[in-house]
Design a protein around this ligand. Structure first.
Ligand code: DGT
Ligand code: CA
Ligand code: CA
Ligand code: ZN
Length: 597
């Protein structure tokens, strides 16, 4: 078997599959085929194990969304460094044209037209042509679009965010810890826990941090370096070790003595800002705080140099006269004061969630039937799940019109009747993910919307509109009496697409005034609204819904990300409507609909 010269990482493999999807998109291929490559890329990127190891074990098709055909392509890529199919495609479509689709708002149609009609095949050429005002003669392009394209290219150039989305980093660190636990003899690693920004559930991660207590530091260190995900050892010291992983992330492992655990875990969880504020509290009480201990400064009652150790974080906080602060709150956003006053909020937990209000099925771009999604919801302990397939108006996905919605209603009714007969406390809700088109019109008419239990309005296209325009567009949806929830409000895709220029404050005000619920889209590629906006929303009086926007069964497990964003926003169960039983929840929606089966 010919070996490629360099081992490809998961990210590099995903990039090649994504490239295939993009070229197929430009060629105008069937959307399912395009989605197949994109979904496989996503899964491989999120896979914690090194793809080379998975391939060696003959287990590529065990990765979600990787079917036999794509597994063959991936195998060929890992063996030879290229995919024949992709090489053929590259002969048909210049890579620069694919690149052009990275310019915000530049879809496959526009890119193809610029290529065919003006022979533009790179971002640089596009920039030059827009600057030279050569695009405006094209039908459908104008001075405005030249300006927009230049703005988009500028955005692209400044987007050098090297941080990794939590949805990639968190599974990666949990995998490393599981790998360490299973490769070490019993008793060697007394404790191993994630620390740093991953433990705080920050939406993007600089590097991974693991904290451990070990009877045998040497064994732990060599096990760490020998993990299958590790491609490079960056630093190896007695207490600090740093490695680079196949997915490009770096991970610090710190080993401490058991008696330092509470202090060390607090220290290495951060954030730095929280730690600085905590140290100031300690100082006022006559102690200096570092990762090992509190040490008396001599200015308090204790003799200088006297040390205090803490087995747990709670004991440390308690010693300083504070409640234990949940890691999600440790950002120096008033939590230190609240912990001192004993007024930290009773944060929402995953168990509080009773159902979901935004998910997809094969009626639009989901991967499984309504019935399978619902059965999974039941398995997760939910008592309701809202079918919100895309409405008309969304480009690549065949959205539902009134006719198909009513066919879908029949299926939903049949399923609900069955569960009712079987005595199940579960209800499917009829909904839509309503497309808010570029000009502010909605994908379905009011009389159609009036019939539904849940209307989630979302923007998926023309996300680079100017601030006033996109804000007004969003407000049109919010003011519609049938729109219950505003879905993924800013449209960002972490690491891939910046948020729209939405005036979030104005939109949240309008949501409060109209009783429109705001979504935390829990999918780790979105996390939209983010923690800061969510906290503001609740401050203004908005209600929140947390939804995974699931397109597959696995997606439904992502709820925990949304819950933790909510925790970072200081939310309690009262703030979130899908912590309520179904009728109570429906009563909180705009129309106050409590329609019967
Ligand atoms: P990241 O990696 O950028 O997503 O963010 P963190 O919070 O994981 O930061 P990292 O990995 O540099 O350090 C992990 C924790 O260690 C950090 O949250 C707090 C603690 N730490 C690191 N350096 C310092 C420091 O210079 N001062 C203080 N007070 N704490 C530090
Ligand atoms: Ca870190
Ligand atoms: Ca670190
Ligand atoms: Zn959706």
């Amino acid at each position: 078997m010919p070996q490629s010269t360099t081992r490809l990482t998961n990210i590099e493999v995903a990039e090649q599959l994504r490239l295939i999807g993009d070229i197929l998109l430009i060629k105008g291929e069937n959307r399912f085929r395009v989605l197949a490559f994109k979904n496989a890329a996503e899964s491989i990127e999120n896979e914690g194990q090194d793809i080379n190891g998975i391939y060696a074990a003959g287990a590529l098709t065990k990765i979600p969304n990787v079917g036999k055909g794509i597994a063959v392509d991936v195998g060929q890529l890992l063996d030879t460094g290229q995919i024949d199919f992709l090489e053929e495609l590259k002969k048909e479509v210049p890579l620069g044209v694919v690149d052009m689709m990275r310019v915000p708002d530049m879809g496959p149609k526009k890119a193809t037209r610029l290529w065919h009609e003006l022979d533009i095949t790179s971002i640089e050429a596009l920039k030059a042509a827009a600057q030279a005002q050569q695009l405006r003669p094209l039908k459908g392009f104008g001075a405005k679009s030249e300006e927009k394209i230049l703005k988009g290219i500028a955005l692209l150039e400044q987007r050098q965010d090297e941080r990794t989305p939590l949805g990639v980093a968190r599974p990666a660190v949990l995998d490393l810890i599981a790998g360490l636990r299973s490769s070490l003899p019993d008793g060697v690693a007394v404790k191993i826990e994630p620390a740093g920004s991953v433990r705080r559930w920050k939406e993007t991660i600089g590097d991974l941090d693991i904290l451990a207590v070990s009877e045998d530091t040497e064994a732990l260190r060599s096990a760490f370096q020998a993990l299958p995900q590790v491609v490079d050892v960056v630093a190896a010291g007695a207490t600090k070790n740093r490695v680079r992983l196949a997915n490009g992330l770096e991970c610090d492992l710190r080993v401490v003595e058991e008696k330092h655990w509470g202090t060390a875990l607090q220290y290495f969880t951060g954030s730095k800002e929280h730690n600085v504020a905590l140290r100031a509290i300690a100082q006022k009480q006559g102690w200096s705080l570092n990762e090992y201990a509190l040490t008396a400064s001599g200015r308090g009652d204790e003799p200088e140099g006297e040390e205090r150790f803490f087995q747990t974080e709670a004991a440390l906080y308690e010693f300083l006269g504070m409640e234990w602060v949940p890691p999600e709150l440790r950002e120096d956003r008033d939590e230190i004061r609240a912990a001192g006053a004993g007024t930290l909020p009773d944060l929402l937990t995953l168990d509080d969630i009773q159902g979901e209000l935004h998910g997809h099925s094969t009626w639009s771009d989901g991967t499984v039937s309504i019935e399978e999604m619902a059965e999974n919801a039941i398995r997760l302990g939910y008592t309701y799940w809202s079918v919100c397939d895309h409405s008309m108006g969304l480009g690549i996905v065949g959205g539902l019109d009134a006719e198909r919605l009513s066919q879908q209603a029949a299926e939903i009714r049949r399923l609900n009747e069955r569960w009712q007969e079987d005595g199940f406390n579960f209800r499917l809700l009829r909904g839509t993910e309503l497309e808010v088109l570029a000009d502010g019109t909605l994908g379905l008419a009011d009389d159609v919307l009036a019939d539904l239990d849940v209307v989630v309005a979302s923007i998926h296209s023309s996300l680079r509109q100017e601030r006033d325009i996109i804000t007004e567009r969003c407000l049109t949806a919010v003011r519609n009496p049938h729109v219950d929830i505003l879905g993924h409000p800013t449209g960002r895709l972490l690491g891939r697409r910046p948020p729209s220029d939405l005036d979030v404050e104005r939109v949240l005000q309008a949501c409060t005034e109209t009783g429109t619920v705001v979504e935390i889209n829990a999918h780790p590629s979105r996390l939209d609204l983010n923690d800061v906006y969510t906290r503001r929303a609740v401050e203004l009086g908005c209600k929140i819904a947390i939804n995974t926007d699931a397109h597959s069964l696995e997606d439904m497990d992502l709820m925990t990300y949304g819950v933790h964003i909510a925790r970072r926003a200081w939310l309690t169960p009262i703030d979130v409507i899908n912590t309520r039983p179904v009728d109570e929840m429906l009563g909180m929606l705009k129309g106050g609909k409590t329609e019967e089966l």
